[in-house]
Write a protein that binds this ligand. Structure first.
Ligand code: AHM
Ligand code: MG
Length: 339
């Protein structure tokens, strides 16, 4: 396998390595590939057409939706529903999960998908990268019955695949099925993804920290102490700050260059901002598969037992040594300390 390998070839050649390889997961990745191309086309022309601006709805978290969020959500939901490959989908943009029938009208499919169709969408109207994040689990309720909430509320350790699409200077699909992380770049002229970044790995150390420092005064003391450490003139420090405000893009850069992304709790957002199921678990799975690490500041993200679909958690993710350093600073204060 080399840089000339297309995503289609990769899926066929690697099907035997996919967990439970029944062909369903391959078809699922294929449908994500297709939806990614459709959304990419729309994102690319966002500056040209009258599609920008809030659509007038608010999602369950009370945030205004951009029109492209709605569009991306529709495309991914339709692709999953029409192709009848999965038994259920939950989206960050929808209040509840949906159950999907299999081709024969029963409930015979095995996988559920959780998706953030357009993450960082406040960046769309200023021509800055956005992304799609997805996470795949095998259902735990019996095949043949409609999917239930418990099928979605599984720990991140149970994921069978996860990935993201970054709509950046080029469009990339980066994913894992538990055998490392591979990145595919879209050649827009012919609509084909190529294996441009085989076996992606976070450097163990890095010198980039990515956090919205505008919220500094609201951060827990452990985060404030860690930021001071990042800025000290010692050894390979001070680190440099880079924050796009688009998780997928910040993660992607940090995976290639070495760095840490932090979205902590704050007195403004006591549980953090990012969602465990749609954002943190898939990124944590990718991070660990790429030799990095993801924590909530105290515990491994993927071991948190979810209690609700739209649950939020603090997120520390990136190069292993950097996340461990941040955890050391956090450990000096109790998890529930006032700040
Ligand atoms: P969204 O799902 O509403 O787009 O929010 C998630 C985004 C992340 O991509 C990004 O890292 C973060 O929110 C930025 O938040 P903030 O503007 O508070 O720094
Ligand atoms: Mg999001």
């Amino acid at each position: 396998m080399n840089k000339h390998t297309t995503l289609g070839e990769y899926i066929i050649e690697n099907q035997k390595f996919f967990k439970y390889s029944s062909g369903e997961l391959s078809r699922l990745i294929n449908s994500i590939r297709l939806a990614a191309k459709v959304v990419n086309h729309e994102v690319n022309k966002a500056g040209l057409v009258d599609i920008l601006g809030a659509a007038g709805n608010t999602n369950i978290q009370g945030e205004a939706q951009q029109k492209l969020d709605v569009y991306a959500n529709d495309i991914f939901m339709q692709t999953m529903t029409n192709r009848q490959i999965v038994c259920g989908v939950a989206s960050e943009e929808e209040d509840d999960f949906i159950s999907i029938k299999s081709g024969d009208g029963g409930y015979d499919n095995k996988y559920v998908v959780l998706i953030d169709p357009l993450d960082g969408s406040s960046n769309v109207d200023v021509n800055v990268s956005v992304g799609t994040i997805f996470s795949v689990y095998r259902r735990i309720t019996p095949v043949g019955t409609p999917v239930q909430l418990e099928d979605f509320l599984q720990k991140g350790t149970e994921q069978v695949a996860a990935g993201y699409i970054v709509y950046g200077t080029s469009t990339m699909l980066v994913f894992t099925t538990g055998h490392g992380v591979n990145g595919f770049t879209l050649n827009p002229a012919i609509g084909t993804f190529y294996l441009s970044h085989p076996s992606m790995k976070f450097p163990e150390d890095g010198n980039i920290y990515s956090i919205n420092e505008g919220n500094y005064i609201h951060f827990p003391q452990g985060v404030k102490d860690y930021l001071k450490y990042c800025q000290e003139e010692v050894g390979n420090r001070p680190y440099t700050a880079r924050y796009i405000g688009s998780l997928v893009s910040d993660f992607h850069r940090n995976m290639i260059k070495g760095g840490i992304y932090i979205y902590p709790t704050s007195s403004k957002a006591p549980k953090g901002k990012l969602r465990l199921l749609y954002e943190c678990n898939p990124m944590a799975f990718l991070a660990e598969q790429a030799n990095g690490y993801a924590s909530d500041g105290y515990k491994r993200i993927m071991e948190i037992k979810p209690t609700e679909l739209h649950q939020r958690v603090p997120f520390f993710c990136g190069s292993k040594n950097m996340v461990n350093d941040a955890k050391r600073f956090m450990a000096k204060y109790p998890e529930d300390a006032d700040y």
